[in-house]
Design a protein around this ligand. Structure first.
Ligand code: UDX
Length: 428
């Protein structure tokens, strides 16, 4: 099939490249000419495992083309995938201006029957609005569909190629057949729904996962008061197949470009319909509180932070990505700096993006080991695998005081204390 992907950001680039790999002919467009030029030469604008190789392979086989020219590629497309961003407004509401701009442009340039599929996360009812905008600009036949993505940063290619499910929201058989053909080579349950249900499944899924995280974080906070170990509690809960072990890792709370935005957006949508979604309100509050409870551990331990040297490991909102959007590391570091500490930070991929936000407020270190030198405390914020490889002897010999405050429960506290390192984690 011929596919036009509108928006070559995270979702668009991963989806377009993977659909090309599955044998479709893909055009990826973006309004950002600089981005398109660099994609044409195989350079991807963010870090995502496996993606760069796949982009280059599919450019070489001419399965994927990057362009800024919508009309030409739209002419050839059976389906258009809308993959532009839906950033949050201050109210928590999703800002749909990029979606509507793209759709208007599509409507003005359509020349034949095409299915317009939304992949971006959008509030329920958006597909119907898209339909209206296209109808205003185009008199011929077309359909809309909603096939939300469930890609995690850091494992997006794997998630795309091995999905748990595909949701196909349409209004008629023709759109459903074409949407099914698009996903034909992906072997997983395919759930067919109406447009509104498909849109809701995406929000509900992200909101539920965020709820699991806030739930286990509250359990962790209680564990600390009663002498229980949240890691074992999560293991014990997760063995119950009705609960499952995923997303029960306690820590400093969730960040990133999706959960914070989508949970607030669903809360906002519910409120607008007259239903106050109480549980989600609490999920957000717990998540916002969790980072400051963690911060208190640092303060309680060091007492005064003025002129203390703090090594920070991990800046991205989670491992295997360079994305620092809504990364809790940023909030924690800004507070450390405000309280007078000198921060020496290290992250395998996210230093450049962090520097764009924090500038020269902190010192950026080339290695995890280097950040430890002369530090009064090591604060772990993101659980990159490479941190597990750092030798405990290095921690002891390089730091001024062998103290680790770990927001991701990466280490075994008993092992560390037997090496003479004080270790404080979350919920145990
Ligand atoms: C998420 C969804 O998982 C994905 O399906 C959706 O399409 C986009 O949003 P992503 O934001 O890439 O993906 O990251 P995810 O792995 O879900 O983690 C989100 C945040 O939750 C991270 O900050 C992570 O550290 C945190 N998290 C996750 C926990 O604190 N505990 C957990 O048990 C799991």
């Amino acid at each position: 099939m011929n596919i036009l992907v509108v928006g070559s950001g995270y979702v668009g680039l991963v989806s377009g490249t993977c659909f090309a790999e599955l044998g479709h002919k893909v055009f990826c467009i973006d309004i950002d000419e600089k981005k398109i030029n660099s994609l044409q030469s195989g350079k991807i604008p963010f870090y995502e495992p496996e993606l760069a190789d796949l982009v280059i392979k599919n450019i070489q086989s001419q399965s994927i083309t990057f362009t800024t020219k919508l009309a030409e590629s739209l002419n050839q497309a059976d389906l258009v995938l809308i993959c532009v961003g839906t950033p949050p407004k201050q109210t928590g509401q999703a800002d749909l201006k990029y979606i509507f701009q793209a759709v208007e442009e599509i409507g003005k340039n359509l020349t034949k029957y095409t299915v317009i599929v939304t992949k971006s996360t959008v509030p329920v009812g958006t597909a119907q609005k898209i339909k209206k905008i296209i109808s205003k600009n185009y008199n011929g036949e077309f359909d809309v569909a909603s096939c939300p993505e469930f890609l995690r940063e850091g494992s997006a290619v794997k998630d795309f190629m091995n999905p748990d499910r595909i949701v196909i929201g349409t209004e008629n058989q023709r759109a459903s057949d074409l949407s099914n053909e698009l996903h034909e080579k992906l072997d997983c349950p395919k759930l067919e729904t109406n447009l509104e249900t498909a849109e809701m499944i995406k929000y509900a899924s992200n909101a539920f996962l965020a709820t699991k995280i806030s739930f286990i974080n509250e359990i962790a906070n209680v564990c600390e008061n009663v002498g229980a170990d949240v890691e074992q509690v999560a293991e014990g809960m997760g063995l119950d197949t009705r609960i499952g072990k995923a997303f029960l890792r306690a820590g400093i709370g969730y960040g990133g470009s999706c959960f914070p935005k989508d949970v607030r957006a669903l809360h906002h949508v519910a409120g607008q319909t007259g239903y106050p979604f109480q549980l989600l309100k609490a999920v957000v509050e717990v998540n916002n509180q969790q980072r400051w409870l963690f911060y208190k551990k640092i303060k309680d331990e060091l007492k005064c932070l003025e002129n203390k040297t703090i090594a920070v490991w991990g800046l991205s909102f989670k491992p295997d990505t360079d994305d620092v959007r809504e990364s809790i590391a940023i909030d924690i570091i800004e507070k450390l700096v405000e309280d007078g500490a000198n921060v020496k930070a290290y992250d395998p991929e996210a230093m450049k993006n962090t520097q764009e936000i924090l500038g020269d407020k902190i010192q950026y270190c080339f290695t995890a080991d280097f950040a430890l030198e002369n530090a009064d405390c090591l604060v772990i914020i993101t659980d990159w695998d490479e941190f597990k490889l750092v030798k405990f002897e290095n921690i002891k010999s390089k730091m001024k005081t062998p103290l680790i405050i770990d927001g991701r429960n990466m280490f075994d506290g008993e092992k560390l204390s037997s090496q003479g390192i004080k270790y404080i984690s979350v919920g145990r």
